[in-house]
Design a protein around this ligand. Structure first.
Ligand code: HEM
Length: 159
């Protein structure tokens, strides 16, 4: 809300505002940790290797998953808890948090997505109060997360 308070009514966000939106981005990161929009991607093994007692021969196609990487209790204690403070400080160990993938084929749209998410969040929270119509929402994966009964919300103007 720091940014919201510093802006006049209908004043547009600028690049510095986006860079200063640390807490909203931590909230987005924690949302993408628990409900990753993309489920993973394929890689080809460039050498034989062993992972979790399975030997993967060179040349095999593998699918790495975002969801299971984000549910590692070693890096995310109390892992089902929604806790944006996990993203404060100096950042997480490499390849422990991968909603946009990692390495040379990492999502090239990451910064654009960050911009879109933060601008959308800013306009939503400054203009409306949100209420979930269905409080205990369930999601299925098909393959991205989809709310089972749709995403019904009430938008109420701030007084
Ligand atoms: C929240 C939004 C988004 C998420 C979570 C997401 C996630 C991902 C993931 C996990 C990958 C695979 C990366 C890898 O293999 O290491 C990927 C690839 C890709 N994404 Fe995104 N993405 C998002 C938005 C976007 C946007 C907005 C664009 C374009 C404007 C975009 C364009 C691409 C492209 C072109 C690739 C393929 C890159 C390659 O194979 O070299 N994505 N994305």
């Amino acid at each position: 809300m720091e940014i919201a308070k510093s802006k006049g009514l209908d004043e547009l966000l600028n690049w510095d505002d986006i860079q200063n939106m640390k807490y909203p981005w931590n909230v987005s990161c924690e949302s993408m940790r628990l409900l990753p929009p993309a489920q993973g991607s394929y890689r080809e093994a460039t050498m034989d290797f062993t992972f979790a007692s399975y030997t993967i021969p060179k040349g095999w196609k593998t699918f790495w998953t975002v969801y299971s990487t984000h549910k590692n209790p070693k890096y995310f204690p109390d892992l089902e808890k929604f806790d944006p403070s996990r993203f404060e400080g100096n950042g997480l160990a490499p390849f422990t948090y991968v909603p946009f993938g990692g390495g040379p084929r990492m999502c090239p749209g990451k910064e654009y997505a960050r911009l879109e998410i933060l601008v959308f969040m800013h306009n939503q929270v400054t203009k409306f109060k949100l209420e979930k119509v269905i409080p205990d929402k369930k999601f299925i994966y098909a393959p991205s997360p989809v709310p089972v009964e749709g995403l019904l919300i009430r938008l109420l103007p701030h007084n």
